[in-house]
Design a protein around this ligand. Sequence first.
Ligand SMILES: [Zn+2]
Ligand SMILES: [Zn+2]
Length: 562
Amino acid sequence: MKKINDFIWETHGIHAGTEQDHVKHGIDRLEDIVDKAIKAKHPSITFIIHSPRLTSFRYIAERDTNVKFIRGNQSYLNYPKRIANLREKYGDRINIKYGVELEWMGDDLGLQWSRSKIFQAEDADFVIGSVHFAPEGLPYDGSKEEASELLKIRGSLEAYWDGYFNEMIQMIECFGDMIQIIGHIDLPKLNVEMPEALLNFENSSHPLANKFRTLLEVIADRNLSLDVNMAGKFKGVGIYPIQNILRRANELQIPVCVGTDTHHVRYYGLNFKEGLEYIYEAGYENYVSYSKLIPEKRTIFDDHDLKVKYTVLNKGIEMLNQRLTPKQRRIIPDFSFGGSYSEFVDIYKNATGMGDYNAIRIRKSDKSITISNETPIPSNDRVKGLFSEHLDEPGVISSLFNTLASEGINVETARLKSNNDGTAVAFLTLESENGNIKNAIEFINGTDVGLFSSLTYRDDAVLPNYYRDGVYLLEMDGVELKLALGKKVILTRHDNAPGVLLVLLSALASKNINIIDFRLGKKNKMGYSALAVEGDNNVINNLLSKLGPHYHEANLIEFHSM
Ligand SMILES: [Zn+2]
Ligand SMILES: [Zn+2]
C-alpha cells in the first residue's frame, strides 16, 4: 500500500492579510506562517490574496460597518513586495510561492477593474479565477440571509445554480489567459442545497446538468486546473468540489491543484492529508502546483524515488515551456517515458513508451526536451578533435572560439567541464580540418599565454569522461546535448555557420558571465547549444535579445520548481 503524503504543494493556500488597512481579513503576520511551515519541515508554503472588490460588491457585514475600501487595496498593491521581502529573508530555508485570487464581478466595470489589478500579479506563480458574487451584488459565500435573498430573486434552486455556472463560463471567456485555475467550482453549496440535477449531473438530462457538463468541458479545453479546496470541509459542507465532479474532471484530464484556502495561522496545514486522499479517491495519481505560471506535477505519495522522478519531469516541463510563448505554454504537452520512468505511461493518458531508454521526452509545438537523472555512460569511441585545458574564467572559451573563427574553423560539437578548482577542460569537434588548426593553436599559445595550459589536436583519442551525477538535458529537438543542468541554462537554436556561436560566447564574456558547462550539437543546418551559466538574469536576458538574426531561439532557462 502506497503511503499518502502529509504535505501539499498548495495552490489555493493561506490568505495573506490586509496588514495596516482598517479592514481586517486573513492573517496578519506572514512571518508567523513561514516560521510555522519551517518548523513543520515543509519544503514550500503558498500565499494567496484576493484582488480588491468594487464597493458595490460587499458582504452584509461590510455594509453594516460601512466599510468602503474592501479588503485593502493598499495591502494588495504591496503584496508582491512583501513576498519579495519574505523570499529574501527565508529564501534558503523554504520555497515561497504566491498567487492571486481574481474576483469575477461581471463583464463591464468589473472586468476592467480586474484587468487593472492583474498587474500586481505579474510575477505571481498563479492566478485563480473565482466567482464569489452574483451580478445582483449578493455573495454566494456570505450569510444564509444573503443567499436566501438571491434565491428569492432567481426563483428556484436550479436557477440559482444556473446563474452561478453562467457567471463561471463568462469569467473563463473574459479572463482568458489571465487565469490558470478555477476556484471552488461548487462554492454555492455553502449556503444552498445542490439540486438533484447537479448531484447526478453525469446522468441527468436537466438543462442544469447540461450546463455544468459544458462548464467542465470549457475548463478542459482551455487547459485550466480545478481548485480542490479544503475550506468546504472546514466549513462543514464537504470539500469543494464533490467527488463525482472530481471524477468527471479526471476523465476529462483536467489537472487539479489542492489547497486549504485557510485564513489563519492557527489552521495552517490542517487537512493536508485529507486533501490528497480525496483526489486519490477520485482517481487522480498526481496534482499540480505552479511556479511562474508553469504547472508542476506533484505526487500524492510519500515515496522518495517517485518524488525524484517528478522533479526531473518538472525540470523538463519548465525547460520546454520557457522555450515557448506564453500562449503556447498553456497547451498541455505530449509525453514519452522510458526505463525507470515507464510507470508514468499509465498516468498520462496519451503518453507513449520509449522502452529501455531511461528518460522523459516532452513535446509541444515542434519543440522537444529529453531529460533524465541517469548519468550518461562515457563512450569508448575514438575521437578526433581539439582538447583544451584552461583557466575556468569568463572569456576563456570565447577566446578559443574567437581564434578558431578567425581561421574559418566551425566548431561542430563541444563539451566543457569545470573541474571546480579554477580550471576546466574542453573537447571540440571541428566541422572540417581545413589545415588551419595548427595556426590557430599557435596563435592561442602566443596571445593567450597563461589562460591555456594545454591545447592539442588529436585525431585518434579516447574521449575523456566529462560526466558527473546530476539531471541531464539529453536532447533538445532530438539533438544530443547531454548537458548537466545547473541553476541557470541557456538554450539556443542557431544557424550552424562559422562565427555564429562566437557571437553568443563573446556576448557572455563581455559581461563576465561564467560558463560552467557547455554542449553543442547540430541537426542539418541548425546548431544547438546548451550552456550552464552563472550570472545576473537581467544582464543575460539583455545579451540574449541582441544576438542577431542567425539566432532562431535564445532563452535563459531558470528552474523554479523543486
Ligand atoms: Zn474564494
Ligand atoms: Zn480563497
